[in-house]
Design a protein around this ligand. Structure first.
Ligand code: URA
Length: 441
């Protein structure tokens, strides 16, 4: 093996690493024989010089080998998952995972916290009092075996190398690198012990990848490298210009998800995407003959209440509070977490709503206390935004557009200021936007 100095210089000059050297470099880093400054120098070299698919495969393997993988011995169900590259108001995992489990697909999901202006499923789950996501590997396996569904987090047992390296990338501007993103995401998914995965690669104003071309490239990397690990992979490229659904914020989004599963809310954007991702995964797992059959099965488990029961059972098993969950199902979430301050913002002109610009609303949610400005910030579960209208709706000046929820009036002031130019009202009725732009498989 080259010395760390030579290894970094090799990548700096644009040369390809042999896979074994990547494995050794990561092993030494994990064993504290390579310091953070050499790791970040290498990450910066990768950021500028890139890596081949074969190097990315080696890095993904090294990440996986830094921890243990879930095994699902004896589980008779097909096993799959979905992963979103992150958006604003994106609560689809909370809806789709119990739907899939209720249909008979096991989903041992390892999910993450909010990153930048995008929300995270773990934060949403943890807004239920008592809910525990730091499950051991054995607990995730046992919960999956019992319910066909588990909500876990990355821990010291699961891909610890990625956890440490991601923290370095986050503060050294080396997150936006295709091979690094690919190995980070895929290592966690391969470690779940699944057979198939569908990626929701978002593009647009409220996405990590703002252009279609960037999103398409990332989708290609995820699909291709995933296949090298024997995973059946595909990706939908979806639009993320407007927040998904009618809420942004952890408790508000959990309540909205529960309401959708209860069949009380028929939000077109969320359901379209949920069913499209679910049908794609069911086809990949050869669980259904056709997409139409997949749609029927998913709609059935909403209609007969099985999907909501599944979410409730798993959240109770993971120590969530039953009374609080029941209040969510009755649309009375504010009896559990109520924001101390709120303000409704009204339209100043008439026309048709063309957009609530997603990135701005993501940042405003952070200012309200729904996300973190620093990694040790404590989230206020009640903080967030509730929208009162949808894109295409006709609006009159004075109509309520959205309500902000926070702890203090000064947080409301900051968020309102941030959103001054974030609502687009136009004269002509805008055309219906299809959220699903493309599929890569
Ligand atoms: N999400 C991850 O888990 N890793 C990345 O590198 C980027 C997004």
């Amino acid at each position: 093996m080259h010395s760390p100095y030579e290894f970094i210089a090799h990548k700096q000059s644009g040369k390809e690493h042999p896979p074994k050297e990547i494995q050794t470099f990561i092993e030494r880093f994990i064993n504290h024989r390579i310091p953070d400054y050499q790791m970040t120098a290498w990450l910066m070299a990768v950021y500028f010089q890139g890596m081949t698919f074969s190097e990315t495969e080696a890095l993904t393997s090294a990440f996986i080998n830094s921890g243990r993988q879930l095994t699902h011995n004896g589980l008779k169900l097909p096993i799959g998952d979905k992963h979103s590259t992150g958006g604003v108001g994106d609560k689809i995992t909370l809806i789709l995972a119990p739907i899939l489990a209720a249909c008979g697909i096991a989903v041992p999901t390892i999910t993450g916290r909010g990153l930048g202006f995008t929300g995270g499923t773990l934060d949403k789950l943890e807004s239920l009092p008592g809910m525990r996501v730091n499950l051991s590997l054995e607990e995730i396996e046992a919960t999956t075996a019992e319910f066909g569904l588990a909500f876990g987090a990355q821990t010291n047992e699961i891909v610890p190398a990625d956890q440490r390296i991601y923290a370095l990338r986050d503060v050294t501007a080396t997150v936006r690198s295709l091979p690094l993103i690919t190995s980070s995401i895929l290592s966690k998914k391969v470690a779940e012990g699944i057979q198939a995965i569908v990626f929701d690669v978002k593009c647009g104003h409220g996405a990590f990848m703002s252009s279609y071309n960037e999103a398409h490239e990332l989708a290609k990397w995820l699909v291709h490298v995933g296949q090298l690990f024997g995973l059946n992979t595909s990706a939908l490229i979806t639009k993320m210009d407007t927040p998904l659904g009618r809420t942004v914020g952890n408790w508000l989004e959990l309540e909205e998800s529960v309401q959708i599963l209860a069949g009380n809310q028929d939000l077109r954007d969320i359901l379209d995407l949920t069913f499209a991702l679910g049908a794609t995964l069911m086809k990949q797992l050869q669980f259904v003959e056709s997409r139409a059959e997949a749609y029927t099965r998913m709609k059935d488990v909403i209609r007969n209440g099985l999907a909501l029961e599944k979410l409730e059972a798993v959240m109770m098993h993971q120590s969530g509070d039953l009374n609080s969950f029941k209040l969510l199902t009755r649309g009375k979430g504010d009896e559990v977490h109520r924001a101390r301050a709120s303000r409704t913002v009204e339209a100043t002109i008439s026309g048709y709503l063309n957009n609530f610009w997603a990135r701005d609303f993501g940042f405003a949610a952070i200012l309200l206390g729904a996300g973190r400005q620093r990694s040790d910030d404590i989230i206020n579960p009640a903080a967030g935004i509730r929208f009162h209208c949808d894109v295409e709706d006709q609006i009159n000046a004075g109509d309520p557009l959205f309500t902000l929820y926070a702890d203090t009036n000064s947080q409301l002031d900051d968020a309102e200021e941030r959103l001054k130019k974030s609502v687009e009202i136009v004269e002509e009725k805008p055309e219906r936007v299809n959220l699903i732009i493309d599929e890569v498989s």
